[in-house]
Design a protein around this ligand. Structure first.
Ligand code: 13P
Length: 253
């Protein structure tokens, strides 16, 4: 299956920096790879880069989404506003939304459902906190996040739905799960997806790894059989680093 590399800029960058980044990505050959590349800049940058991203062979997405279409929801961005801004993807449940803003499993699920129903493609982010890992609760926490989001989810397919496993302790810390640890969690996530949506769906679900993915560790991580891409934060801010990660995707047969 085609790997998918996401660049999550979080609250960084600018319109000018994004245009320069895309020019550089194009120069480095982003359009010539078979890997799917999606950039998640801050909302305000999305409409500015729609044409340049398409020209570089890169899709764009919102880092978050709201679950209703319109109304008195100050500061929120609806699925149709994202589509209007040129986005084709969204993230739901990023750990910074869950743990800094306080989003619950229920909110994440509503966001995922609204985005998929609108025709956008979504990445469901899951992952455990260091305290949960230290308490031996990693599997319980990630299983709950996956199952809560997926149960009775409508309009979901292998084309429009991706999971990102991002252990929270590995995000922005320089720490990563070892490739074997990540592979083990990805296999478990696939089993949990199979339990809800069937093994055919699970076998074809792309599961990205995220958390301090860098050019020097990407090849090892991306070569694990249950890892189908990466969601990259810090290293996606620089086009050369990001392209090095894209190029680390093993050749498909
Ligand atoms: P870092 O790559 O900076 O650790 O961030 C990962 C992440 O949160 C991507 O969504």
């Amino acid at each position: 299956m085609k790997q998918i590399i996401g660049g999550n800029w979080k609250m960084n960058g600018s319109g000018l920096a994004a245009l320069e980044f895309l020019r550089e990505m194009k120069r480095l050959g982003s359009g010539s790879v078979s890997t799917e590349i999606v950039l998640f800049p801050p909302f305000t940058i999305l409409p500015l880069i729609a044409d340049a991203a398409a020209d570089a062979g890169i899709e764009t997405g919102g880092q978050d989404i709201f679950w209703l279409e319109k109304g008195a929801f100050t500061g929120e961005i609806s699925p149709s506003l994202l589509l209007d801004a040129g986005a084709s993807w969204f993230l739901a449940g990023h750990s910074e939304r869950r743990h800094v803003i306080g989003e619950t499993d229920d909110i994440v699920r509503r966001k995922l459902q609204a985005g998929l129903s609108s025709g956008l493609r979504g990445i469901l982010c899951v992952g455990e906190l260091i305290e949960e890992r230290d308490a031996g609760r990693t599997e319980e926490v990630v299983k709950r996040q996956v199952e809560y989001a997926l149960r009775d989810l409508e309009c979901v397919s292998n084309e429009n739905f991706v999971i990102a496993y991002e252990p929270v302790w590995a995000i922005g810390t320089g720490l990563t799960a070892t490739p074997d640890e990540a592979q083990r969690m990805h296999s478990l996530i696939r089993e949990w997806v199979a339990g809800i949506s069937g093994s055919d769906f699970a076998d074809n679900t792309r599961i990205q790894y995220g958390g301090s993915v860098k050019p020097d560790n990407a090849a090892e991580i991306l070569s694990m059989p249950s890892i189908n891409g990466a969601l990259v934060g810090g290293a996606s801010l620089d086009a050369e680093n990001f392209m090095d990660i894209v190029r680390a995707v093993p050749l498909q047969d």
